[in-house]
Design a protein around this ligand. Sequence first.
Ligand code: ATP
Ligand code: MG
Length: 270
Amino acid sequence: MDLSPYRIAPGEPVRLADRPTEVDGGKTEDELDDLHDANLEALDELQERLFAEGTQSLLVVLQAMDAGGKDSTIGKVFGPLNPQGIRVWSFKKPTEKELSHDFLWRVHRRAPGHGYIGVFNRSHYEDVLVVKVHGLAPPDVIERRYDHIRHFEQILEDGGTTVVKFMLHISKDYQAERLRRRLRRPDKHWKFNPADLDERERWDDYMRCFETALERTSTESAPWYVVPAENRDFRDALVSSIVRETLERMDPQFPAPAFDPAEYPPESIE
Ligand code: ATP
Ligand code: MG
């Protein structure tokens, strides 16, 4: 699958309205499932190598509007992997204590250590999205955050962490459909938050803030991908393809053994 149409080149102007939200990539549902399954198999081995190597890590950032499918993407792409190697963290509204620090304080401590894949369900990007839409910090403070974020992600990279970022892209109509579904199904009521409707009213503001964030923080080494997220089979296959490609480029290697295997023929163990 060609991943490049979904990648934001550094400095590229982004118009989300021009980007598709529903794509099948010219593949049937079965073909997308097969591709996703093949990716999972490859990811399973790559993750084991990453862990064994213990000198690099991968950070996956997921952002989306409400009902955009972050939870389900995490389940589909990372759920099948060995849970011991995955660190998922969901960023909620900051606590009093978190707010008494700089905005990256709570984020940096959740970055994955060597050998791990970290997954951020929401992230430091909330600090230039919801915070900007609601004016929760002064404009000049928010304005400086794009540089702070680029530098922060560079610090992670310098420490051996590769960063890859996904915006799950849905239309406002699709969000309405998903929210209605939550209301129609009693077993989904727990997922419905009336406050999501206030955010929905600010859809256009959110899109503008996403565009600015994508334009200003997509870099060669920490790229953003805009994932058409309405066809969920395509979404899963695309995300797993990108994570796989990223890990393949990191090329983790099993470490050389700390003993001489010639000295320990397997038959010598009784
Ligand atoms: P769910 O799918 O379960 O609704 P969620 O990620 O929406 O998952 P919630 O607890 O509903 O989880 O929402 C978290 C809320 O916290 C979001 O509205 C988000 O915008 C907000 N939030 C996250 N980070 C910040 C931040 N730095 N400043 C202000 N609000 C934030
Ligand atoms: Mg929510």
